[in-house]
Structure formats: structure tokens, C-alpha cells
Design a binder for this molecule. Sequence first.
Ligand SMILES: Nc1ncnc2c1ncn2[C@@H]1O[C@H](COP(=O)(O)OP(=O)(O)OP(=O)(O)O)[C@@H](O)[C@H]1O
Length: 706
Amino acid sequence: MRAHDAAENDAEDAQDAGSGAPPDSPAGPADAAGCGPPAEPPPEPGPAGGAPPPGAAQEDGRAGDPDPEELASSHYRVFQDRARQATWWAMARRMPALVGRALVLGWRAGPGDLAATAVFGLGMGAATAWALVATNAVLEEVFAAVPTADRVQAALPSLALLAAALVARGACGALAGRAQARLEPRVVLAAERRFNEAVTEVEVAAFDDSDFNDRVFRGYATGCDQRGNLVRTSVDALTGLLGIAAAAGVLGSMHPVLLPLILVAMLPQWWGSAAAARLRYRLTLRLTRVMRRKFMLQNLMIDRRTAAELRSYTMGPRLRAEFDRFADRELEARLRLATRMALIQVTGGALGGIATGVVFAALGLLLVQGVIPLAAAGAAVVAVRVAQGALGTVLVSVNQVYEAGLYVADLEELEETARARTPRRGLAPAPQGFARIRVQDVTFTYPRGADDDGDDAPGPALAGVDLELPRGRTVALVGENGSGKSTLAKLLSGLYAPDTGRVCWDGTDLARVDPEDLRARIAVIAQDHTHWPMTARQNVVMSGPEGEPERLARAAGAAHADTVVADLPRGWETLLDKRFARGHEPSGGQWQRLAAARGFHRGDDGAAVPLLIADEPTSALDARAEHRFFTSLHAHAGRTGATVVLITHRLASVRMADVIVVLERGRVVAQGSHGELMERGGVYRELWELQARAYRDDAAGAGRAG
Ligand SMILES: Nc1ncnc2c1ncn2[C@@H]1O[C@H](COP(=O)(O)OP(=O)(O)OP(=O)(O)O)[C@@H](O)[C@H]1O
């Protein structure tokens, strides 16, 4: 069964069995998006979210359709469990911590703006109380007996006070709003900076973990903005609370029985906003993978690097269909959400109307029974309205704080994971150099994602590797595809650490030295080199010194990138990306020469950079360029005294290497010079003879044809 069929079936099953609702009920929108694992029912909506949904037991027994690539993702279970905890009680419990967190974030990002927000927020609360007291005074003056012109005149000072209170309230509101609006972007920017640091400092192995990638996507798509939301909505909640406190204080001073009426008036609003926020949150959470797929597919459609192949292989309709498949799921989920939101709104509105009626009836009753005077009843109506507005703000904010808090917690977990997976700093500096590099009994398995259950886990990429790389020599790693050459190169370059065993520069275990310091002493010409959207100069100089023209010329000459640059319209200053105006696109081989120049540039000083690793550096080069390149590589070892590690399938060039290491299925099966390995036989001689025979046959064929 194809993956998406399974996902769709699963979505339908989840609707039928998991929610206890009919198939077209809105209970299963997120599963319709195909994101939830088969054994997970959709979470129970509504305030009683802690209870298991009806039908969950059925679902447990149901044989779900396997769709491991898309659905078997245990971290969704974590989120569903967390979303299910979103009861009112859970929200209330988390509120102090979340608001506290928001205040800390706000204080760190903009202490002045946070202080201004607090001062003007308090001012608003005080002005609200003042306005209510003035309202009561005005009504008392007017309604103490039958209203007359004199009474209205007598009420004028109170009216002036009321007007002043309202002006003060408006001014405080505007100033608090300004401070808050200044605070939010600062908080978002601070979050973005932390996020950028986390994702660029984390070890490269983290990107092999799909769970980490999901978190990174959520952080990038929503997490940073939600930090701003958390601060804004927390301030809103606190401001609303001040408004309520003001109204409640004034009402309570009139008559304590008026206090519970505020609560009655607000309950429906509470329910509506809580339900709506949780629905939205769950949808976004469950659509993460769908949105990520859509984003990926759309990138393939718009990227100029894929544009040609997309057309050659007539991939357009297929990609569009794939996009539609995910987009339809998302749309369906969003449409269901819209319906559910409307239902919640209608229900909340109706219940709100009933509650207001109950409040007014209660006020009438109190008035008739002489519990409160007419003026107090009038002021109470105004106070209830004020409190309703403020409570509305609080309730919406509380839900938003809770919702933002979930995203922020997710982002903080990402930061925590990233911190835990960021190589430790402050270790000993890397050794200046080495007489030899020793790889001792190294075993390495690529990290698996949280979703991998281990049943079909691949074996180690390297197993029991022992090796010595002498200083100033060229060491070639050869072997068939997947034999572990690049993995060994990544371990040698300090990108990955061995699971067991050690990589040592003389007596120093590289696990004990500062990884960034180590990497600064290694130059790498990567197999999957990046086409940096920068100028040709920046592509070569990268993190190295900029103002050394001789060094640049040497590097470009060694990589034969000088001829590439000579043909560029603006030489070294040509921008190498066609997406920009006046950008230029080098050919694949030209890019490879620039990438090689980057490696030579970094490794120019062999005392500072004693190791150069070149992973298939000539795969896109023509025969002449390839030959020249290998000559340069050997010359580099001779000139700088650096050790050169070369990975290549071109065995004719490997012949020049001082040591050739043959890998097979992650193990070193032979090592020695070309002559020794040819004499010994085995994989190396087999591969060599295959390539040599192909050339001999071609030459013979050409001779006969001639
Ligand atoms: N990032 C990764 N995550 C998981 N497995 C990986 C990763 N990179 C490589 N592998 C696996 O590790 C094994 C060794 O791969 P490696 O890239 O080191 O081989 P190689 O000898 O360089 O191959 P080639 O000649 O094709 O470049 C392979 O089985 C491969 O599937």
C-alpha cells in the first residue's frame, strides 16, 4: 500500500474509532491531515479534555495501517498528551509560571518598555476604579430623588471627574499599548537570535534526528513569534485583571452580592475562548508534518536548482498532485476547524446572552427588594459591563498565554536539546599539530530519530577501524559506495564523534579538545559542498582572512579556480547566485573548483591547518582538470607539510597516494601503497583492474576503429 493511502485510511479510521463522532463530524480534522499515529485517537475537545475520548478502547484494538515514514512518530503522542492536559485547571495552574516566564523574557528584551507597560497598566486600573466611583456619584446625584435641572447641575463636578477619569484611562491605555508594541518585537528578535544560535551551534548529528528537525521547523515557523505573543498576552491578562479588580472593588464596596454576578456574566466567554484556543493549537500541532511537506514540495517547484530537472522529467504534475494531496488534508482540517469555531462562537454567544439576562434579572430583584438603591443598580450595570470587558480580555489572554506557553515550551525544549547537543566549549585547545593521527578501534553508527523503532536499523557505518595517518603524507580512502569513506572523513574532521574508540592527534584524544578550535585546524573540501549565495571571493575566503591576495591567488591556482574567476563578468566580485540581480551561475565543475579553492585557502598555512580532507573533490571535473587537481593536492602536502586525506573513486589518481586505505562495509580491509595492494590482491586490485580494463578496452576499440 502506498504511504498516502495508508495515511488516508488511518485518518478515516481515527475519525470513526477514535473520536466517537460520526465520520463527517469535526472531531477528526487533524487526523484527516494524516499526521497522527495510527494508535492515537484525536484528543477530546472541550473543557473536560482530560478524559479519554469515547471509543479510544476500540481504537487500541484496531489494526492500524502502517505508514512508518509519515505516521509512526512518537513525539506526536507527547504533544497529544500535553494537549489533553489543557483543562481549565491545568491552564490556571500554569498561569503564574507562564506569566512569570513572560515577565522575565520581557525584562531581558526591553526592561524600559516592560516597566512603562506596568506603570501605565496600573494607571489604567486606577482610572477605571476612579471612573466607576465617579459614575456612582453622578447617578446618586441624579437619582437621589426625582431628577431635576438642579440635581443635574449638582452632578456636574462628579461628571467632570468621570470625564477626567475616562481621559486618564484612555491615555494610560494608549501609552501602555505603545510600550507593549515596542516590547513584542524586541522579545521576538531576542528569541530569533537564541534560535539562530541554537541551530547553528548544535552538533551536526542533531540534524540526523527527525524529531529535532520537527522542533526546528516549529521553532522557525511559529516558536519565536509565540514568545512575543506570550509576553503580549501575559501583559493583556494582567491589565485585564487590574480592570476586574477595579470593577470588583467598586461593586463589592456597593454590595457584596453584586460580586458573583460578574462571574455568571463571564462563564460563557470563558468556555468559548478556551475551546477555540485549544482547537487552533491542536490543529497547528498536528499539521506540522503536512505543512512541512507542502513547504518542501513548493520549494522544489520554485527552486531554480530543480527547475530544469523538474521539466526534463515532467515532474510538475506529480509534484503538484503531491502538494494537493497534503494541501487537501490541511484545507479539510482548516474547514472543519472553521465550522467548529463558528459552532463554538454561536453557542458561546447564546449562553452569553442568557447569562446577561440572568445578571440583569438579579439586579432588578435586588432593586425591588430594596437591597441596593437605584443609583447603585445603575452603577452596577456599568461596572458589570466594564468587568465583562476586562474579564473578556483576561479570558482570551489566559487562553492565548496558555497556547503561546505550549509553543514556547516546545521552543525551550528545542533550545535545551540543542544546548545538550552543543559541543562543550572551554575544553583544552586543539593541539597545534601532530606527527601522526591515530584512529583506534573506532565504531560509529549514525544517530537514529526518535521515531525509529530499531527493527530495521542499519548497522554501524564504521566498525573497529584502526588507522594511522602520518604527517605530510597523502592518504587515500577507497572502497565501494556506502563502505564508510565519507563517514570516516567526517570523524577525522571533527564533525561526528566516534561511539567507541578514539581519534587522536599524537597522544591527544580529540574528544577532549574544543571542537571548534579543532575544526579551525582542518580544511575540508566537501563532497556536498554548498553553493553559497555570495561573491566568488566570499565563496573562497569564507571564514578565512580576507586581505591576503597572495593566499587567495595560491588557493585559486591550486584548485584551477583562477581560470573560472577570470571568465566571470565581475571577476572575484561576481555574485554567484542567479536569484539576485546581476547574479551569475558557474557550472558544476566550476563550482567544484571554487569549493576546492576554499579548502586550499583555509589550509594555506600547513602549520596552522595541518590536515586537509578532500571528499570526492573531482567528481565534476574534466579529465585535464582532474589530473591537475590531484597534482595540486600532492603538492599541497609537500609545500605545507599537511596531511592530505583524499576520498575518490578515480583509482588512477589514488596511485600517487603514500598510503591507500581500503574500506568495505565500514571496516578497513587493507592498507598500503599501490604496489603492495596490487600484489596482495583483493577488492583494491579488483576495482583497479576493472577501471584499467575499461580504459584498455576503449583504447583498443579506438585503435581498431582507427
Ligand atoms: N547522515 C546519515 N545518516 C544515516 N546513515 C548514513 C548517513 N550518511 C551515511 N549513512 C550510511 O552510512 C554508510 C556509509 O556511508 P558513507 O557516506 O560513509 O559511504 P561512502 O563510502 O562515502 O559512500 P560513497 O562512495 O557512495 O560516497 C552507508 O550505509 C550510508 O547509508
